[in-house]
Design a protein around this ligand. Sequence first.
Ligand code: GLA
Length: 444
Amino acid sequence: MVSAALAAFALMAAPTVQAQTAAPAPKRYAAPTAEAVAAARAKRVYDTVQPPNPTIVRPSLDNKRTANGLALTPPMGWNSWNKFGCKALTEQVVRDTANEMAANGMRDAGYAYLILDDCWAGPRDAQGALTADPKKFPSGMKALGDYIHAKGLKFGIYSDAGKLTCAKQPGSQGHEYQDAMSFASWGVDYLKYDWCHTGSRNTEEAYALMADALRATGRDIVFSICNWGVDRPTEFDRSLPWEWGMKIGNLWRTTSDIRNDWQGRVRFGLGVLDIVDKNEPLYPYAGPGHWNDPDMLEVGVNKNEGLTSEEQRSHFSLWAMMAAPLIVGADLTIMDDATRTILLNKDVIAVDQDRLGAQGRRVRDDGDLEVWSKPLADGGRAVLLFNRSGAPARIATKWSEHGYPDALRVAVRDLWAHRDLGRIKGGFSAEVPPHGVVMLRVKP
Ligand code: GLA
């Protein structure tokens, strides 16, 4: 059951979602109990969590605070973590990736942000300022930012709200304004802000403080909140970033880290299906400028070890249905045609980037066979027939499941076959491969 707060919020703040047919109770999401949420809320007494420190500017926690007007559609780009992790991230990797993005069609398809994840930093200097690791990034961050910009791309970087990042590099706690100024001076356009080594810090306060610091630079910087929602590994305060994220940042992680696998948790890593089932019920929180972030794409990452091609197509389609940020994790210098065909499917990207900004959701759940619907700005819907089972299956949907009269003749386009199928009355049915999807765009 989704919490009462979530339901109330949906009524209050998401008129576009209200217009859809009534939401079925999500089956798989283990929502925190009302008592756990109340206990977490009661703990949010900011000045007792961190004693007032005259050297740290207090964040604005005004309820009417809004985010920065950026990311009106879900951010698209590339991030180093899924493939290169900590050790293999170097300046050369970033330059090669920038060259590829500009040349291989990705930039022109909308993948704008090139984001360096953890492990770019060296030690702080004598003034306490962040520096780049001199061995891995010999030209420094300003030169790298200039290179990325010269390729027509935007520059993203990573830091952490704790004293250290998850890979134990310098974090931004106590240096928020100083670090924001460094980022701005390097030309940073996007900050992913992680949640390791934060001790007893209050989440909302910590993220609000960095949001204020970014705003104070005067530069447009997309703010990506990486707080993992209820999946925080060590703390009992179950922060729900979707409840406060939209007044502070542009996107917030809703789960722990994605693994290159279809299903199952391994330590902090979750398979695609596990993430889908946690992120789907949060659809009322998404909208222009503020997105649920179910983590980065595994499409094309270590190809034969994780997801099959069919599963990669489903992963990409589901992320588009959920209006998720599309942040690619593959090594672009060895990208093959199969990966390219998925990542550059403009019909599917258009669903993700639709300017209405509604997150799609399940409208029918017959166990392993599901029907999803996402309202689009032109009055149409993206429709996904999703077969979670290990055998091919026929899945049928009626137009009434998408808010249209069944008698309507609706124009149907198949987004993976790139074929217009004409005007169809009543609904649609198709044979769907195991772990596969059929994705349509329909318009009355
Ligand atoms: C956390 C984040 C990941 C990645 C790593 C880097 O696990 O959730 O996305 O940024 O840290 O150390």
